[in-house]
Write a protein of this length. Sequence first.
Length: 252
Amino acid sequence: MMSEHLTVPPRAAAELCSPVVELRQYTLHQGQRDVLIDIFDSHLVESQEACGMKIIGQFRDLDRPDHFVWLRGFDDMAARKAALEAFYGGPVWAAHKDAANRTMIDSDDVLLLRPVGGGFDLSGKARGMAGLVQPGAMIVATMFHLRPAAEAEFLALFESDVVPLLARLGAPLLATFVTEHAENTFPRLPVRDDVNVFIAFSAFENAEAHGRHQAALAAEPSWVEGVLPRLHGHLAQPIERLRLMPTSRSLL
């Protein structure tokens, strides 16, 4: 029987974050990323969480200097609607929205996701102070755009062949997600309805460590000659990777 969920180590439910997650990618005006990060980390973290959402992580995209990427989570779709209504109708956003929006060209590249097997484990994580430089640790989001009706077979292949290989090569997964196809009940903030994705998140000590991992994969015959072609058979477009450097206040 095909597996519908990836196998993850047992963890307490309280440690696993957010059954509904937004992956938000913003295109910014040139030179404005640090301006937005300062606004976000100083004013828009605790204020959102006070309205019932979880700010999981916020990042500089290492390959696109004018992109800001962040993740926020919700308990379910009803909780998402209530939290967004509270925050975007509240005083903190009213005070900072003009300054934040001036940094942005586009903020509509948003994927609505649900975890496969378990979300992010944020137990024991603590936020740093705004403005501090965080050297090192890098998050990689590998995005697979699935063909229609390919999800079940892709998940089974990923669990049986990819997860053990990544673990053997020193890149165990943090969490995996697929598109949440529920109706967007807060249309003031669009989400993309033109995609069906599977996203795998991993962490690396730094960009050099990720480069070594990619080189090891490229030299692994079982990956190049076996697993990768089978994965491609389920994909609608090439694999994407986001190389993300957390800001000082990112939990992830």
